[in-house]
Design a protein around this ligand. Structure first.
Ligand SMILES: N[C@@H](CCC(=O)NCCCC(=O)O)C(=O)O
Length: 250
């Protein structure tokens, strides 16, 4: 059977003076090594993507992290340029893919910016500069030059008993990385909160009554997928859902 295909929405990036549609290699690598599927990158467009046509041809959606933030107006907050950088084309593409994948029962894994887009797409809100809130830990990307140290596993998350995430990872405390300054504020009605950090930051959600795998995590399992058991389990579970969807589709 041909390898299943997982769609990854791109970011808009300016390189050499012009715009590119780009996603970091770590997400493509995690698709290939962590699920056994093939990755395709979906251009970030505010208009012009035929989302249904794209979803007709894929077996899963992986929504990646990004330094850019979801545009605040999309969750009812005023725009403060300090909350940027923004990427409206990424917002549009990701959220259309998220909503339609959930409706169609296409397996979905949303990571970091992805869980934030998932929450906004389903009607939730975000908080910004969470490290400035009383009692909050500093979840931001460590200010170090080496990417392995940026993505170092350095915080605990607590997975709720009986949750979807518990069926994937197990119940209890797990060690993960952290590279974000925003987080879920008001969780969307259709999201079950399934893991939190020591400071209460929402770290994992599951779409209630989803037809298929539909999970969001605030940490970055893609980065250590080949060496960290917790990361590998999440991608293995996503991959199983993608393969089952692909087999049923053929
Ligand atoms: N911009 C959002 C989401 C953070 C995120 O996706 N981080 C991954 C990229 C990390 C990096 O290279 O800086 C937020 O800040 O909450």
């Amino acid at each position: 059977m041909p390898a299943p295909i997982i769609a990854i929405p791109a970011d808009t990036r300016e390189l050499d003076g012009y715009n590119w549609h780009a996603t970091p290699h770590q997400y493509v690598n995690a698709v290939v090594k962590g699920t056994g599927a093939t990755a395709i990158v979906v251009p970030a467009l505010e208009s012009g993507n035929d989302i249904e046509s794209i979803l007709d041809r894929v077996d899963g959606v992986l929504v990646s992290g990004s330094r850019s933030n979801v545009y605040p107006e999309l969750y009812g907050k005023p725009v403060n340029e300090a909350d940027g950088p923004f990427d409206r084309a990424r917002d549009t593409t990701s959220m259309e893919l998220i909503r339609r994948a959930i409706d169609r029962g296409i397996p979905l894994l949303a990571i970091c910016r992805g869980i934030q887009e998932l929450n906004v797409a389903l009607g939730g809100t975000l908080e910004t500069e969470i490290q400035e809130q009383p009692g909050k830990w500093d979840h931001r990307r460590p200010d170090v030059p080496e990417r392995d140290r940026m993505y170092a596993i350095r915080q605990s998350v607590h997975v709720k008993e009986g949750s979807c995430m518990a069926s994937i990872l197990g119940t209890g405390e797990f060690q993960v990385n952290s590279l974000h300054r925003q987080a879920i504020g008001k969780a969307a009605p259709r999201l079950a909160i399934e893991a939190v950090a020591d400071d209460g930051t929402i770290e994992a959600v599951n779409v209630i009554d989803a037809k298929n795998f539909a999970v969001g995590v605030q940490w970055h399992p893609e980065y250590w997928v080949e060496s960290d058991e917790t990361s590998a389990r999440l991608f293995k579970s996503f991959g199983e859902a993608v393969k089952a969807y692909a087999a049923a589709r053929r």
